[in-house]
Design a protein around this ligand. Structure first.
Ligand code: 2BA
Length: 107
């Protein structure tokens, strides 16, 4: 068994969750915050058999869209550095970790 950790933007989360569940995956949603933008994002926990992992990743890919965002110079990351222009970062898409599960129990 594998545990998939998926970090997605809040905007894409409903569509990702809906599609995963429609395809038989169990999903737990956590409200999280990205360290760079300090903006809310969503982390999903999905436990599944190893042979279903690629199917989950395909679904996540289909429903997570990359977009760019301009961040102001007042971002906490830049405190003390003061770049002269706001910078553009790519947000969205999904960051995915696939972990081995030693033991899975529901009691
Ligand atoms: P944040 O840390 O808020 O990062 C949001 C986006 O800002 C990142 O998108 C990336 O495009 C940009 N970014 C992050 N750190 C940067 C830096 N030092 N310099 C310039 N640009 C930077 P993603 O890479 O798609 O990440 C989206 C969210 O996924 C992140 O939100 C974070 O919550 C999580 N994440 C990404 N990689 C991770 C990792 N290796 N470990 C844990 N969480 C991760």
């Amino acid at each position: 068994m594998k545990l998939i950790l998926i970090i997605v933007s809040h905007d894409d989360s409903a569509s990702v969750i809906q599609s995963l569940m429609k395809n038989g995956f169990s999903v737990t949603k956590l409200a999280t915050t990205g360290g760079f933008l300090m903006k809310g994002n969503v982390t999903l926990l999905v436990g599944c058999d190893e042979d279903k992992v690629q199917n989950a990743i395909d679904i996540i890919t289909e429903h997570s869209k990359s977009r760019t965002q301009i961040i102001p110079t007042s971002s906490p990351f830049y405190t003390g550095m003061y770049p002269s222009q706001p910078i553009e970062v790519t947000v969205g898409g999904a960051t995915i970790f696939v972990l081995d599960v030693d033991r899975f129990e529901k009691v």
